[in-house]
Design a protein around this ligand. Structure first.
Ligand code: PAZ
Length: 410
């Protein structure tokens, strides 16, 4: 008889607190958590002292590993464009930014010159040395080691690069941007919880802008295999264990390794059936426990079916009682988003569409992850340049009413 499978408590029957405690008990913390904690503590304390607003921007997708020594994982489309672009506009609006992003996704400022659509080398050239003109102007591959022209930014990119470089240097010199990476969904959740607790002293000056595309499903650590899942049912044949018929006698046929702990192997032939658990809904815990009192929590809702966008956004607000859901559709997310809010007194929902002007369309090289690259239509105006000032207004109102409440409460 195969051994009974480990039965995890159904997350449906747990309170959010119990689901949190169970999740963090069985899924180990990322090794970098302590180091990130220290960096973030110093960063947050500095901005608490200065009275500056601070936003935690989450960005990019999360992976769901299938093995603890991870070869394969489930991932999603997010390139981190929304998060990286928004971070820049938050900085422009005077916020300090913690940028919690999926490792190797787009970063604020460097996003202008990175990834395969904007290869940084295309922005540069080798200037003339005393004896030659630039190699690109001659079209020759100049490998003469003694012939060192300075590396320069091509003239057509000077203005754009200067502008971005100045903004980047300003953020760096004034310690306004802290960049922290994660990879897996579990790493993301550990980091989010740790940062939210650290942000407590910020009170209403804290803003959570949750633009990361976080997986809803994962394999809990206690159901995950260590080694690479095999693509065939055949166990490795050890010569010395073969009987006369050539069959491997050391491995009973019912314990053929399939890559899972399940008593009944879920793979048939070369199929791989992945059995994922739901990730507990941590927005509840963020709003009710981790985040500072009076802080503003903004989540994103991505859909592909336009008929679902508003209802799902409203559902999220109802369920988690946070302040704002920004709804967007996969295909139009760079053109329009909808702010979905709820009046606490009447319970009524409010919708506000934010759209880039129709005239601002041009052909531009596409984003790598979302479209597989290629040339397609993109707006000239970054929609985040409209989203962030609007959010700042809403955040200011919250800060004001929190101050009034404190004042009146005295
Ligand atoms: O990273 P990106 O710019 O390619 O995409 C941004 C986005 C669609 C992931 C973001 O706007 C969003 O909706 N995030 C939340 C997704 C969700 O969990 O529903």
């Amino acid at each position: 008889m195969p051994e009974a499978a480990h039965i995890a408590p159904s997350t449906q029957t747990l309170t959010p607190e119990e689901a949190e405690s169970y999740y963090f008990k069985i899924n180990p913390a990322p090794p970098s958590l302590q180091e990130h904690h220290e960096l973030a503590k110093e960063f947050i304390d500095r901005h608490v002292k200065s009275g500056r607003r601070l936003v935690l921007v989450t960005s990019g997708g999360t992976t769901v590993p299938l093995e603890t020594q991870t070869v394969r994982f489930v991932d999603n489309f997010s390139a981190g464009t929304r998060g990286a672009t928004s971070a820049e506009y938050f900085l422009q609006e005077g916020y300090a930014v913690i940028f919690l992003h999926r490792q190797f996704s787009l970063l604020p400022y460097s996003r202008h010159f990175s990834h395969s659509t904007n290869c940084f080398l295309d922005f540069m050239d080798e200037g003339s040395s005393s004896s030659t003109t630039s190699s690109s102007s001659t079209g020759k591959n100049n490998n003469n080691e003694n012939d060192h022209g300075p590396i320069i930014v091509r003239s057509e990119y000077q203005d754009e690069m200067r502008k971005v470089l100045r903004q980047y240097n300003y953020a760096k010199a004034n310690n306004l941007l802290l960049v922290l990476p994660f990879v897996t969904v579990t790493e993301y959740l550990y980091e989010l919880r740790s940062l939210a607790y650290l942000m407590k002293p910020l009170g209403p000056n804290a803003l959570f802008y949750l633009a990361a595309a976080v997986s809803d499903f994962f394999i809990p650590r206690d159901r995950m295999v260590e080694h690479k899942i095999q693509s065939s049912n055949e166990p490795p044949v050890k010569k010395e264990n073969k009987d006369q018929t050539g069959t491997d006698s050391s491995i009973p046929p019912d314990s053929i390794y399939t890559g899972f702990n399940d008593p009944v192997p879920p793979t048939h032939g070369k199929k791989l059936i992945i059995d994922l658990d739901p990730v507990p809904k941590f927005l509840h815990r963020l709003v009710d426990g981790w985040a500072p009192a009076g802080s503003m929590v903004v989540s994103f809702k991505l859909e592909t079916d336009p008929d679902l966008l508003i209802s799902k956004s409203e559902q999220a607000l109802q369920r988690y009682s946070h302040h704002l859901v920004i709804g967007n559709l996969l295909s139009t997310r760079k053109w329009e988003v909808v702010f979905v809010s709820r009046d606490k007194a009447t319970g009524e929902f409010g919708l506000k569409w934010i759209r880039v002007p129709k005239s601002s369309t041009r052909m531009r090289k596409g984003s790598v992850a979302a479209s597989g690259g290629g040339t397609h239509l993109q707006p000239d105006v970054e929609i985040e340049s409209l989203i962030i000032p609007e959010l700042k207004k809403a955040h200011s109102q919250m800060i004001e009413s929190a101050a009034k409440g404190t004042h009146e409460g005295k």
